[in-house]
Ligand binder design. Structure first.
Ligand code: ADP
Length: 280
């Protein structure tokens, strides 16, 4: 699938990731509940959506899938602690002897009627939340302070954000007053059958190995006493399945794709590896 990566040329010191797609091939997405219906109705009503759930549970893939399905342009911003409203709204740059204004991705989406996806919105600086306020209520407008201008959102503009709830320490919270500006969909690890189907579709791995990988993931997910910050995501399983499918030994694939990314504790790593060796 064709995707354009727009290099963060406006402010090179900030590692901003912005991706955009127009109408390329629709990615595979396995619906887990009624999320497709919810998104379609949210889009019809242009209600902002918050996708909440741990990393690697299909939030990004879902937005990608839905924007293809609705034939809308998608602009994705991976938020991090340096992401500011200026990054989203735009800035003046010096070009030769002139100063020219460059629209940021949010301004572009608001003007052109694209779907903007603010991935991990809670990581961004607080001024980002302030900047989107007027877009998330009845006003549906964006205030560009540097231009002293307010622009009305295109009727097709939609705001989607993702958020990793702070069940564990280390994750930032989102204020209730911000959360209430969105409708929210919870994402979690799929059931065993669905997750195996995802692995097979994503990697063409055989059904029996897919089933074993899912069993390993569920076993580790239930070991809450290990106190892992994050547990095995579908993404890690997809990586393991890819490695196995292209020929890496199963035990090694599980170790590098599932166990090692979870923890640096040597004892836990060894215990999990032993467990996985028995199950794969
Ligand atoms: P998140 O945005 O929640 O961190 P992603 O959307 O990037 O997670 O999902 C990680 C990977 O897991 C995807 O690239 C895809 O391979 C797989 N995946 C997870 N859930 C699904 C799903 N429901 N349908 C298809 N693929 C999925």
């Amino acid at each position: 699938m064709e995707k354009t990566l727009i290099k963060p040329s406006l402010k090179p010191t900030i590692l901003k990731t912005e991706t955009q797609h127009t109408n390329t091939e629709t990615p595979f997405y396995k619906p887990i509940a009624k999320e497709i219906e919810v998104f379609e109705q949210a889009f019809t009503n242009k209600i902002p959506m918050l996708l909440k759930g741990p990393t690697g549970t299909g939030k990004t893939r879902f937005v990608d899938f839905m924007t293809h399905k609705l034939n809308k342009e998608l602009i994705t911003i991976s938020c991090h602690e340096e992401t500011s409203s200026t990054d989203l709204i735009g800035r003046y740059i010096i070009k030769g002897a002139e100063t020219v204004w460059i629209d940021g991705p949010l301004t572009k989406a608001v003007k052109e009627g694209a779907v903007i996806y603010l991935d991990e919105i809670a990581e961004a600086r607080p001024d980002v939340i302030v900047a989107i306020h007027s877009l998330t209520d009845h006003r549906k407008e964006l205030y560009i302070d540097k231009l002293g201008k307010t622009i009305k959102a295109h009727p097709d503009f939609m705001l989607v954000a993702s958020f990793n709830p702070g069940y564990q320490k280390g994750f930032k919270e989102l204020k209730p007053s911000t959360r209430q500006r969105f409708i929210a969909l919870a994402f979690n690890y799929p059931n065993e059958k669905d997750e195996a189907e995802i692995l097979i579709n994503e990697t063409q791995i055989d059904a029996s190995t897919a089933k074993k990988l899912v069993a390993i993931a569920n076993k580790i997910r239930n070991l809450t006493e290990l106190g892992l910050t994050e547990t095995v995501s579908t993404r890690l399983l997809v990586d393991a399945a890819k490695l196995i499918h292209t020929g890496l030994g199963k035990r090694l694939a599980v170790r590098v794709a599932v166990v090692e990314p979870l923890t640096d504790d040597i004892e836990i790593t060894e215990a999990l590896s032993d467990l996985c060796d028995l199950m794969i």
